[in-house]
Design a binder for this molecule. Structure first.
Ligand SMILES: [Zn+2]
Length: 566
């Protein structure tokens, strides 16, 4: 870690000898990797800015609503506070509007949420349902941010080869907006003109540290994740200098989330991070927009993918990837051959009948039609759906029983909140939405929550439909397990599917699901901005509103005559 840190330091201090990778993307999404080595490129004068309005999107990974608003209110995040102006209550500010009740999709997990944010389509339609998932028709496990596996191949492909963009089945904001757009660091950049990142080798090394080492970070300790956020800003500003200010600029800070997962006191430490690391970076970018003279033509949008819930960092609460215990032991006990927790199993390990993908508080279980592969060594026909009575129900019952009795594995006792399942449909047809397995039968979610009210699982019915119904709804499995989680439970009663960390997310709880969605603009009143946002986001605002919101913002006024235009 120390070595990596000094390497990153070197990146900052010796700009002449390190290389800066700048992926320049054409409109059709093919990427050409340009390595700018040696001398710093000679600065061209910034182009005359295109006429506004501009949209500057701050994408904060893992910054839940309460933590971000606490930082803004604390007086220790002056750039963000000044951007909004005086607080007039109910989300209204002098020149900003902070939606008071925006929710994430489910799972409230990084890659799924950013995919939904930047396509405006839910996972069942955009095809990216998590940090990792299984494409049953291709027998292919995909893990851009590995949780149950440790191989970093897909993470590398996410950073350097647009893996997430390639997986998306619906157009991105950048394709829909058809304006010059740039993305810093975020995995969803298909269709953007420019993608800037820090040295991709160090970036993947950081993720590797995160997945492999998981070294806890105490209060006051400096950390490598902070440097990732900090390193990204000069890169994106260099790109703006070289190519002019894009109409859409996404500024993504992944460090906030990585830090919170490892922080020994996650929520207060995250607030402190937002104040001491994030806010000065926001200030730098706003200063640059000020310098270009376009701040008064810029809508500043702030959004996050999910919040964070502190958990116990031990193997009793981390329902991990041990093939002999936890979820794999449960399916094994009812006769399934579980898939190994690896990205690409050996040829001799292709006879699995059940596969897991982990999303923190949620796990997906994919089941084969076992009649196609009854004997060890036989590869199942994964193009076929599982059988409801012979494959899905036995697995659902097994988890229900394991949760109640601790059999066959005590690890699973009293760890699950809800078990979801559904009747499988043939490949190529839209999947049915998930229902709740009550120990005997499937009950529609709306009916279940009307009989057993769960205000602690917000908009469960609607958000589970987004995940599970649609042409790619089967990518969230045949059975979905939701752990007990949420700030309303003592920390020793919260569980998660992953290796041990200090904090996780993924659930339907308010703490994981309530996200900031803020729009600010100099010279505009909060009330005016509220009207603009409400017209798009409606009565139940969510992350899915970002794309239509940005499209509306871009079209919100006739192009102003800029001073530099002929
Ligand atoms: Zn995240």
């Amino acid at each position: 870690m120390r070595r990596l840190k000094s390497m990153l330091r070197a990146t900052r201090s010796a700009a002449a000898i390190i290389f800066v990778a700048l992926l320049t993307l054409t409109a059709c999404g093919t990427a050409k990797l340009l390595f700018q080595g040696g001398e710093k490129q000679v600065r061209r004068k910034p182009r005359a800015p295109e006429p506004g309005p501009y949209v500057l999107i701050f994408a904060f990974d893992g910054a839940g609503y309460d933590q971000l608003m606490a930082a803004i209110r604390s007086g220790k995040a002056p750039a963000m506070a000044a951007m909004l102006g005086k607080d007039a209550g109910r989300g209204l500010y002098e020149h900003g509007y902070s939606v008071p009740d925006a929710v994430s999709i489910l799972p409230s997990t990084t890659i799924a949420a950013w995919s939904a944010i930047f396509t405006g389509a839910p996972p069942g339609w955009n095809g990216v349902p998590g940090n990792e998932w299984f494409v049953r028709e291709e027998m292919k496990f995909v893990a851009p941010v590995p949780v149950s596996v440790t191989e970093m191949d897909d993470n590398r492909a996410m950073v350097t080869d647009g893996l997430v963009g390639k997986a998306l089945k619906t157009p991105t904001l950048f394709q829909l907006a058809r304006v010059k757009s740039a993305v810093s660091l975020n995995a969803v950049y298909r269709g953007a003109d420019y993608f800037t990142l820090v040295d991709p080798v160090s970036m993947v090394k950081l993720f590797t540290e995160f997945v492999a080492d998981k070294a806890a970070i105490g209060p006051g300790n400096s950390n490598i994740y902070q440097e990732l956020d900090e390193e990204s800003v000069p890169k994106l500003l260099d790109s703006v200098e070289d190519h002019g200010v894009p109409k859409i600029q996404v500024v993504y800070f992944p460090g906030i989330d990585l830090y919170a997962h490892l922080a020994t006191d996650p929520l207060p430490m995250e607030v402190q991070y937002l104040e001491s690391v994030t806010d000065p970076l926001v200030a730098k970018i706003l200063e640059a927009y000020g310098k270009y003279g376009i701040l008064d033509q810029t809508y500043v949008v702030v959004i996050a993918d999910h919040g964070h819930t502190p958990v116990l960092n031990d193997s009793r609460h981390a329902l991990g990837a041990d093939p002999n215990d936890g979820p794999a032991a449960v399916v094994k006990a009812v006769g399934f051959r579980p898939r190994k927790f690896v990205l690409n199993p050996d040829v001799s390990d292709q006879d699995y009948q059940a596969a897991f993908a982990y999303q923190g508080a949620i796990a997906y279980l994919y089941l084969a039609d076992r009649s196609t592969c009854p004997k060890p060594g036989m590869t199942c026909d994964w193009k076929r759906p599982p059988r409801y009575a012979e494959d899905v129900l036995p697995a659902a019952r097994a988890f229900y029983r394991a949760n109640q009795t601790g059999k066959p594995t005590p690890l699973m006792k009293n760890t699950l909140d809800l078990i979801f399942a559904r009747k499988p449909v043939p490949a190529g047809t839209s999947s049915q939405e998930y229902e709740i397995f009550d120990g005997h039968k499937l009950v529609p979610i709306w009916q279940y929550v009307s009989e057993h009210p769960r205000p602690d699982l917000i908009q469960l019915d609607r958000r589970m439909r987004w995940l599970s119904a649609g042409p790619y709804g089967n990518r969230s499995g045949d059975i979905l397990l939701l752990t007990l989680s949420g700030l309303n439970r003592p920390i020793e009663k919260r569980y998660y599917f992953s290796a041990p960390y200090h904090s996780w997310h993924g659930s339907a709880s308010p703490q994981d699901s309530h996200v900031p969605l803020i729009v600010a603009r100099q010279g505009y009143s909060g009330a005016k901005l509220e009207k603009i946002v409400d017209a798009v986001a409606g009565q139940q605002p969510s992350q899915l509103a970002l794309v239509p919101l940005v499209l509306n913002l871009l079209a919100s006024e006739p192009p102003a005559k800029s001073a530099g235009s002929p």
